[in-house]
Design a protein around this ligand. Structure first.
Ligand code: GLU
Length: 452
């Protein structure tokens, strides 16, 4: 698909009952990137009809986490504010005879299911409620029973052209009539979602393949309401390498957990959408570029397996290529001096897995560093040969050449004691870059054994 007739309107519809995790980032991004690719708009719709579990704090966290990912919704809505529209649709379905009251308790339904299974029959709701006479209904209500409401499915196969899966089918004859309204009058997810998609003119519903069966049912509801059916696309779900789904319980993969751990949003984006696609999982800094890479038709149907450890590698690659301008504000916020920030970034970026680790290297530059000195005579001789300032990228070479000539030390025996004395560490960025940042004064003090 390269062009659409009209600009798409897509939606991401989380329930504000928990923090978004990496698995939710996939549909959020697939929708946002689709809108970006085809010049459309993205709606953030909070599916908050579950009043008990939905909270304002989670609603705010969702918006924040999306913003961190780079997703700024063009439109926002809350299902809880749209009850009148849902009610009107429910009344229409009732008038059409497609939404009918049923009075069975959970226990009664369970008993029936067991009986059906015992007889080798599929455990489908038997529609006993449709046989009730007016008088029987009145009697049940007089007993104090309030009905729940079921949608009467037409016993046929629903077919659609799925953006990801190609031709898709759901055999609605093998499903129970779904409950749309609970006995307490509250809606389950199914109806409000259809009504809002229809009423708000959603053109494409892009969501996880765990919703495929819902789609069969929901298409029948769109049709019953006389509404245009959107185009559907069901993407594969992210799973761990062991095939385990990502539930909200995997707290360490919550988007805020990943943010707090210092991962770049671009790394999380790449892992969330390129895994299980035709593209190699690699760092992609810009959203436009990522939008150009992600084609729903090329998403695999197999589970999108990933290893959370991949994030470290992705993030490191991204940081190694990150232009100074992008890192600048964060470096200044960690106390890196403005005049040294750019050469410092160039010196250390290849040693970083995360931008936040630059703070450790800044401490090596600005101190305090406790030098590690095993051979004080050698270090004293080296200190005596420190060149005078100004220092630049050639100073390290000039100095070590002089130390080599003066002491006879060479190779690792020359460089390692100097590195240990100057940084207290065995490994680190190139000293040609680091030495001018440390400066002569601090270098001399460290060579004298001072913590500086
Ligand atoms: N609230 C639903 C969910 O989070 C939305 C599914 C959909 O996109 O229709 O699963």
């Amino acid at each position: 698909m390269t062009q659409l007739d009209t600009a798409p309107l897509v939606r991401f519809a989380p329930s504000p009952t928990g923090y978004l995790h990496l698995g939710n980032a996939r549909p959020a991004l697939l929708n946002a990137l689709f809108a970006r690719r085809y010049g459309g708009r993205f709606l953030l719709r909070l599916d908050d009809t579950d009043r008990e579990r939905s909270t304002e704090a989670f609603a705010e966290a969702i918006a924040e986490d999306l913003a961190w990912l780079g997703i700024v919704p063009d439109l926002r809505a809350r299902q809880s504010e749209r009850a009148a529209i849902h009610d009107a649709a429910a009344e229409r379905l009732k008038a059409l005879g497609r939404l009918y009251p049923a009075y069975e308790t959970q226990e009664e339904l369970e008993r029936r299911r067991r009986r059906q299974l015992g007889r080798g029959l599929p455990p489908i709701y038997d529609r006993a409620a449709l046989e009730l006479t007016e008088a029987q209904r009145a009697a049940l209500e007089a007993e104090g029973r309030t009905p729940h409401w079921r949608f009467k499915l037409e016993p046929r196969t629903v077919t659609w052209q799925d953006l990801v899966r190609g031709e898709a089918h759901v055999d609605c004859a093998s499903l129970s009539d779904p409950v749309l309204i609970r006995a307490d009058g509250s809606y389950l997810y199914t109806l409000p979602s259809v009504v809002d998609d229809a009423e708000m003119g959603i053109t494409h519903v892009i969501r996880g393949e765990d919703h495929v069966t819902n789609t069969g049912v929901q298409i029948q509801i769109f049709e019953a309401l006389g509404a245009a059916t959107p185009v559907f696309g069901h993407h594969n779900l992210l799973t761990t390498a062991e095939g385990e789904g990502l539930s909200k319980r995997l707290g360490h993969l919550s988007l805020r957990g990943l943010r707090e751990a210092g991962y770049e949003p671009a790394s999380v984006r790449a892992l969330a959408v390129l895994t299980g696609s035709a593209e190699a999982v690699r760092p992609v800094a810009s959203l436009d570029e990522l939008a150009g890479l992600v084609d729903l038709a090329h998403i695999s149907r197999a589970p999108a397996k990933f290893d959370p450890g991949e994030l470290d590698g992705l993030n490191a690659r991204l940081v190694h290529a990150m232009p100074f301008a992008e890192a600048r504000d964060r470096l200044l916020a960690m106390g890196v001096s403005g005049s040294q920030a750019e050469p410092f970034w160039v010196a250390v970026q290849a040693n970083l897995g995360k931008v936040s680790e630059a703070a450790d290297w800044w401490r090596v530059v600005a101190g305090p560093v406790t030098p590690a000195i095993a051979d004080p005579d050698f270090i004293a001789a080296a200190a005596g040969l420190l060149p005078s300032e100004p220092w630049d990228g050639e100073t390290w070479k000039a100095w070590t050449t002089a130390v080599k000539a003066g002491t006879g030390a060479k190779g690792k025996g020359l460089f390692m004691p100097l590195r240990l004395a100057l940084t207290g560490l065995e490994h680190g960025p190139d000293l040609s870059d680091l030495l001018p940042l440390i400066g002569r004064d601090r270098a001399a003090r460290r060579l004298a054994g001072e913590t500086a």
